[in-house]
Design a protein around this ligand. Structure first.
Ligand code: ADP
Length: 509
């Protein structure tokens, strides 16, 4: 039997690094951090660039205003008014003229700076478009845009119109290099890109550490669970008092081992009981045979020894049969063949079988069987249920007592009831809750009755349950006992309870 606790040798607790939860947590953390870093970097870079652009736009527009102070148009040509004695003014004008283009309305270049030439003179069409742009209130006429020279250096250019005293329109464009402000943006990008791997390395180390910290208790639990075997199931894993998910897991785990421990304990008790049960008749048989071998002389003496030994062999067989049935029931192997079963007819048959033993014992056995009590059941098992109840009733009722069997309608529609009542010794309140437990026998020195295996009633409970029914008992010491079994008729409600479930209940009983 595989019921004995197995003490197995576990391999040391080791998890695959790459498939481990810690690794995956750390990687998720790093990936998330990398995406976050990238998004922040892009956003910051764009912000810096927009800032630089709008600064330069404002500067270009301010320059545009300043140009109008120093630039005149005379004889259809640009003419700069500079006070050469003022070096500051000379410098200012020089700077204004650094990126500068002046053309007539047809795009004929009248003056330009070499820098503007390298950007490329605007086409006549473009010039005409800009000249025709309307004047917006509070803003200089024209438009501000970014253009690049041959080397790719960006410039913020403001282009618009100028009018001479004859109302002739001219095209004027001045600009500022964006190289310096963009260099700051590039500098930021470079530094950010350089720092990102460092930050990622640091974050992966942090992620690894954090994941390790978070999973530390899980590993401790796993380690503790690892050391639990069939022989130390009472060992508990300490909760950490955090009342978190892990504590709940530990709690569930501890409760599981507790249940397992109870099952193991039951199995241990079962083994002890079984060996004890088997040993008694075996010892008796051995004793009888030895006595016969050494002392018997006549065939009658031999015969008597053999009869006694056979009785004990019969006892052994019944124990083995009960154990086999128990094992089949527990493993859910006992296939039930359910069919509509007339309980009255069945009870009548069983009562008939028990008439002789009852008479021999001086117990009056009577039956009141209502016709039409039909349950959906396995004939063999229901017969066993009835036999167990009846044999107990007769066994535990002294001479002169009575046993009454009743079959009739149940407590509600869809139920039938079977009652076995006796006027026997009764069961004390302290024993009553346990009589359906396996191997439970009431120890009673006074009655001096031949004790059974303590399995009969546990089978009764199992059979009732496996049929979707239940069994109840009422009893008073000295007055008698009444066992009531209710079974579903199997009409409108399902009467089939899976054998496995009932097997589990039998195991726990
Ligand atoms: P056993 O095979 O030993 O009779 P059971 O499981 O059938 O085991 O019964 C368990 C215990 O319940 C018995 O030891 C007996 O003391 C008590 N018991 C069962 N039926 C009766 C009854 N009708 N009257 C008094 N005691 C009973």
């Amino acid at each position: 039997m595989a019921w004995l606790p197995q003490v197995s040798r576990f391999p040391p607790l080791r998890t695959n690094l790459v498939h481990g939860l810690r690794f995956r947590l750390a990687v998720s953390y790093v990936v998330f951090f990398a995406v976050l870093l990238g998004a922040i970097g892009l956003l910051a870079r764009q912000n810096l660039k927009n800032e630089a652009d709008s600064d330069m736009r404002a500067t270009a527009e301010a320059d545009w205003g300043a140009v109008k102070l120093y630039l005149n148009i005379k004889n259809e040509r640009p003419y700069w008014i500079v006070d050469e004695t003022d070096p500051e003014e000379a410098y200012l004008v020089e700077r204004l003229r650094h990126v500068y283009l002046f053309t007539d309305a047809d795009g004929e270049v009248l003056e330009d700076s070499p820098t503007y030439a390298s950007i490329g003179v605007d086409s006549p069409g473009e010039i005409r478009r800009i000249l025709s742009l309307p004047q917006t209130e509070g803003l200089p006429q024209g438009e501000t845009h970014i253009r690049r020279d041959k080397d790719g250096t960006p410039y913020m250019i403001h282009a618009g119109s100028m009018v001479d005293e004859h109302k002739n329109k001219y095209f004027l464009a001045i600009g500022r290099s964006l190289e310096v402000p963009y260099r700051a943006v590039d500098g930021f990008t470079r530094t950010y890109l350089l720092l990102t791997p460092v930050m990622l390395v640091l974050s992966s180390m942090l992620g690894w550490w954090l994941a390790g910290r978070a999973l530390g208790p899980v590993n401790e639990v796993a380690q503790a669970a690892h050391t639990i075997t069939g022989s130390n199931l009472r060992m508990k894993i300490q909760t950490r008092g955090a009342d978190d998910e892990l504590d709940h897991l530990i709690d569930s785990f501890n409760r599981m081992t507790e249940r397992l421990d109870q099952s193991f304990e039951q199995i241990r008790r079962f083994s002890t009981d079984v060996s004890h049960e088997l040993r008694t008749p075996l010892t008796a048989i051995r004793g009888q045979l030895e006595v016969a071998m050494f002392t018997a002389e006549t065939p009658d003496q031999y015969r008597e020894a053999m009869i006694n030994a056979l009785e004990d062999v019969e006892k052994l067989s019944s124990i083995v049969r009960a154990l086999l049935l128990l094992s089949q029931a527990e493993s859910g192997q006992l296939a039930l063949q359910k069919a509509p079963l007339n309980l009255g007819d069945l009870a009548a048959e069983v009562v008939d079988q028990f008439q002789i033993p009852a008479e021999e014992k001086g117990v009056l056995l009577s039956a009141a069987l209502e016709p039409g009590a039909v349950a959906q059941g396995d004939r063999t098992q229901i017969e066993r249920l009835l036999s167990n109840l009846l044999s107990n009733a007769i066994k535990y009722t002294p001479r002169g007592g009575s046993v009454d069997v009743r079959v009739g309608a149940g407590s509600g529609p869809g139920w039938v009831r079977l009652v076995v009542a006796d006027s026997g010794v009764g069961i004390s309140a302290e024993n009553l809750p346990h009589i359906f437990d396996r191997f439970y026998r009431v120890r009673n020195a006074q009655t001096n009755l031949v004790q059974g295996l303590g399995l009969g009633l546990s089978f009764v409970a199992w059979i009732a349950e496996v049929h979707g029914g239940h069994v109840d008992v009422e009893s008073k010491v000295g007055e008698g006992s009444r066992f009531t079994v209710e079974l579903p008729t199997g009409g409108d409600k399902p009467a089939t309870a899976p054998a496995e479930r009932a097997a589990a209940s039998l195991h726990q009983a």
